[in-house]
Design a protein around this ligand. Structure first.
Ligand code: FMN
Length: 220
């Protein structure tokens, strides 16, 4: 059975053809790239390949139920400001104050963080859902995602949106960056934060239920 990877969000689909619509980010079949066949070594000998495809779909469906936030991860290196949408930020320890961040290796932002070793986690409010389109559906390799919006440099020099729901500024040591196949995992220390208690934040579940709005606004 073929495997297809969404170039936008990294979702893996198993089937003869890419799906009509990515269940995670809503991208169409043109955003999927074939990444080969599901290796037989990945499979249980007693199950048929189609059973596995169904089982994998069920597991992915269950994984999407895990509540998580939705953020802009911003950074700056080589004179380039950039940011991308991410839903894998988790607090790990309180002493020291550390978070875990997962980032697809193919994204520009990931390489910039490996260079700079600093980044910010920008919280978005529900009324800022259109920023998901700006930061999550195009690469900084082709555009300046900070053009036309006001921002300032944080303590570490990374770009921070003037208007957002709050932010964390983080630093990572090279020995706390791990390889996770398609992704890099960063265990980072939180250096500072700005946050107004009580402010409502956009999360991944709300984004998924409202994502059609991103494209309706564009079409009129
Ligand atoms: C809703 C949504 C969630 C996303 N979550 C992640 C994520 O958790 N990790 C990741 O590596 N990419 C994630 N992405 C994909 C990146 O934000 C996207 O590919 C971005 O355009 C990469 O930009 P860059 O190449 O400028 O870094 C997500 C995209 C969307 C729309």
């Amino acid at each position: 059975m073929k495997q297809w990877r969404c170039k936008i969000c990294g979702y893996i689909h198993v089937g003869e053809a890419p799906p009509e619509k990515c269940p995670v980010c809503g991208a169409g079949p043109e955003s999927f790239e074939e990444i080969g066949n599901q290796a037989s070594s990945d499979t249980y000998l007693s199950e048929s390949v189609s059973d596995l495809a169904v089982n994998r779909g069920q597991i992915q469906g269950a994984l999407f139920q895990i509540p998580c936030g939705l953020f802009v991860i911003s950074t700056s290196a080589h004179g380039k400001n950039n940011g991308m949408i991410n839903n894998t930020v988790f607090q790990i320890t309180d002493q020291p104050l550390q978070i875990l961040l997962g980032m697809d290796k193919s994204h520009l932002t990931t390489g910039l963080i490996e260079k700079n070793l600093s980044f910010a986690v920008l919280f978005l409010r529900p009324d800022q859902i259109q920023l998901v389109k700006r930061f999550g559906f195009q690469s900084g390799r082709e555009t300046d995602k900070f053009e036309g919006i006001t921002w300032h440099a944080g303590e570490t020099g990374v770009p921070i949106l003037d208007d957002c729901g709050g932010y964390l500024e983080c630093r990572v040591q090279p020995e706390k960056i791990w390889d996770a196949g398609t992704h890099r995992v960063f265990l980072a220390e939180v250096l500072s934060s700005v946050f107004q208690p009580g402010v409502q934040l956009l999360n991944y579940q709300e984004y998924r239920s409202r994502k059609a709005e991103l494209w309706v606004a564009e079409n009129g």
